[in-house]
Design a protein around this ligand. Structure first.
Ligand code: DQA
Length: 145
């Protein structure tokens, strides 16, 4: 069963967007490295990005129906606002890991609360793109157990 990498709003602009906060690596570079790491670990991955809340929810439903082994999600700004995204994760029997490139806890107060974190297995924040790869290794370790 595959592992999904799901990126939310504005993350398609990675590398261009606020590089002082999010770095200069683009999303396609992140996804390429993610696929390479997955290949080394012998797992199949699918990557998806959307700026739209409903589209992200559709993708969660789709991957759940396809019995994905795990999903790594960076919900972007929806982290702090979306009850609907939280409900979609809660409705899924797939394990989710939430990743933030930046350390949201060092930033504005409104980024300290995550609506989605409580229904994820784990949260990684502040490791930049390495957070995605660390989450991948963790999920693969879980599957192998
Ligand atoms: C982010 C942090 C969020 O607060 C922000 O809205 C993002 C990116 C991160 O990866 O650090 O879009 O999820």
């Amino acid at each position: 069963h595959p592992i999904g990498l799901l990126n939310g709003p504005n993350l398609g602009r990675l590398g261009i967007r606020e590089p002082d906060v999010y770095g200069t690596t683009t999303l396609s570079q992140v996804e390429d490295t993610f696929r390479e790491e997955a290949a080394k670990l012998g797992v199949v991955v699918e990557c998806f990005q959307s700026n739209h809340e409903g589209t992200l929810i559709d993708q969660i439903e789709h991957w759940t129906d396809k019995h994905f082994a795990g999903v790594i999600i960076n919900p972007g700004g929806f982290t702090h606002t979306s009850v609907a995204l939280r409900d979609a994760i809660a409705s899924s029997d797939v394990p989710f890991i939430e990743v933030h490139l930046s350390n949201v806890h060092q930033r504005e107060e409104f980024r300290h609360r995550s609506l989605t974190a409580g229904v994820c297995e784990a949260v990684i924040a502040g490791l930049g793109p390495n957070g995605y790869y660390a989450a991948l290794r963790h999920l693969v370790g879980q599957i192998r157990k």
